[in-house]
Write a protein that binds this ligand. Sequence first.
Ligand SMILES: NC(=O)c1ccc[n+]([C@@H]2O[C@H](COP(=O)([O-])OP(=O)(O)OC[C@H]3O[C@@H](n4cnc5c(N)ncnc54)[C@H](OP(=O)(O)O)[C@@H]3O)[C@@H](O)[C@H]2O)c1
Length: 320
Amino acid sequence: MRTVELSDTNVFVSCLGLGTLRFGTLNSYAESAELLDMYLEAGGRFLDTANCYNQWAANAKGGESEVVLGQWLRERGNRDELFIASKVGFGYGTVPDGLAAKTIISACEESLRRLGTDHIDLYYAHKDDPNTPLEETLSAFTQLKESGKIRFAGASNYLAWRLADADAIAAQKGLAEFTCIEQRFTYLRPQPGSYFFPQRLIDENLATYCDARGKTMLPYTPLLRGAYVRTDRPIAQAYQGPDTDARMAALKEVSQAVGATPNQVVLAWMMQRQPPLIPIFSAGQPAHMQENLGALDITLIDDQMTKLTMAGHCPNEEPN
Ligand SMILES: NC(=O)c1ccc[n+]([C@@H]2O[C@H](COP(=O)([O-])OP(=O)(O)OC[C@H]3O[C@@H](n4cnc5c(N)ncnc54)[C@H](OP(=O)(O)O)[C@@H]3O)[C@@H](O)[C@H]2O)c1
């Protein structure tokens, strides 16, 4: 699998990251290990988890995904080959919600224990916490970095102005900065008024800020949970608007032209953006994993990239 530089760190990571939210809850250990092995076999080395995954599943407590990863890493003996991202910030069980320093420090210890490792490569603030000063949050990440327990801090679910504030504080106080950002993003555009809170989107403000500052953006839910192709999961209303038909038509046309599926084209479109996005996808069954990994074999020519990107944009009709 190709690698891309994570922001301007001089560290190169897989161009396609595997989300593991469902492992240990929606997928058994055996199913999860099979899917992880397929990703590894394709050259993938970037795993995305969180301390609370998957507390939202029925009968789950949180922590299951990290436990599965820990067991798999131990069995395969491949920890050193992998780049592992985890997160803190959602309350679950006895872990408080938010990004107070002591929550971050103790949650990191718990994640290290479940993962069976002495460091996490990328440790995200999972969602913004307006009630804790950014300086306190960044100081905790700095402490973890200085002690070698994490290599990089990242942000997830932040608005652009909050990320800019965090960057200013990090620069002023000599603290660890949020190296990169993981947000919700797909090919279809959410319609005005769509509400995803506490999830935050990659939007124009964030994208232009991150591009200017050399921060890599990592889109989650890139495949809209299969909705591009699945009749059992129709496209959510939040993604249905005046440009939806044009975007779906462009996706279909490009997919046919390159002999690929719409899911593959969505992932390829993100990976081929300049600077590249690193999609964090998931799959709960081998056929879907195989299809999604097939995105790595697709090359979109410039015209196709432009067609996809521009589909559904309204021309400016103001008179000169
Ligand atoms: N930072 C955050 O706040 C945040 C939020 C959400 C997610 N994430 C991360 O992002 C990862 C991915 O999120 P996601 O699961 O929402 O993303 P996704 O890849 O858009 O959706 C995965 C879902 O789509 C279906 N699917 C995948 N490939 C398919 C295919 N080729 N054909 C048909 N259906 C397909 C899967 O169904 P099957 O089970 O049937 O395969 C699965 O239910 C998570 O695991 C997590 O690591 C982060």
